[in-house]
Write a new protein. Sequence first.
Length: 424
Amino acid sequence: MIVFKFGGASVKDPAAVKNVGAILSLYEGEKILVVVSAMGKTTNKLEEILSCLLANEHLKFHQLINDLQSYHHIILGELFREKHYKITQTVDLIFDGLRQLSSQKISDKLGFEYDQIVSLGELISSHIVNEFLVELGFKSTWMDARKMIRTDDNYQEANVDWTLSKALIKEDVAASFLHSDIILTQGFIGHTENGSTTTLGREGSDYSAAIFAYCCDAENVTIWKDVPGMLNADPKYYSNTKKLSKISFKEAIELSYYGASVIHPKTIKPLQNKNIPLFVKSFIDPHGAGTEIQSETKDDGLIPSFIIKKEQVLFSITPKDFSFIDEQNLHGIFELLAKEQIKINLMQNSALSFSILVDAKKVDIFGLLSLLKNNFDVRYNDDLELVTIRHYNTETIESICAGKTVIIEQKTRYTARFVLKAAN
């Protein structure tokens, strides 16, 4: 058995869904578990719908639902030769249920509400893709990830119960493959003990593919993207990117940890634990070799990789009393950051100060200043960028830092990191 994951871009319109069918036809004779994301920008639209519901903006709430339903109806109309009442009814029932939320009491647990609403994108997408594959003649069975992946109730970023998930997944998948060649299921979602829907974190469909692969002892996993494989830099920022043909699990974990966007950070570890190779391939060029992520490390240092994070803010925190930055002060700072769910991209400390770099869009700057002001003097510097270079050399460092002020520089044997400020 192998696992495929198709993201939002690979099922965004009728042509993309047809391309999924074309790719699957290349693997005749294989047992394939297919994980799909919501179509196109559906997740973003569902987040808008949730915001309107919470703000009691009912007119906009219903208009956004109508727009999203129309988008999916256009896809349905072009995928099926004649009006296909079964799949249209399935999709419409999901949207009808969403509309009814405007007349129901909303839970004060916003994470819970988020997961119940935003998860609908994957349900709709998976129903449409599965029905299209059946129409093409594939022996495909739709399965509900909400009944297979068991999690805790940490809504929006639920933690997987691996023991229970493995038992549920193996039983259901084995039974379905007795009469099917393809199992079509959803990424991003799971369920709690009491049956409530959970999500695994934004962009969590990659992680779902790894969960299914781990639990079923898959031969390999392929993530289908709109790029030829893992690139050594984001093409939005670098014009001369290179493809990484083969890297190790360890290298992929390092790159995802530092912010590489091709692979979800949680995806690699389950595959590494069972030595299941991961391929990143292009749905535009499915015959291309792509990138292979596996256990061997010998190719890791062949090409430097660059990871850039824009819109960063640096906080420098100094005790107001006569103390140094010691374990007690650090404990208090970390406890506060954890409570506020502030994720640190880089940190550095000296005897008298502790500095943290975070995404400006994910922190309330003045709120954090207010929380720290009683015990610390805090200064901040915004409009910064963080650049991480894996397998750096002098030339790569000079090119990255040219014309910019280096605020912080950190180096280990294989990784160099720079907090940079554009020159005025």
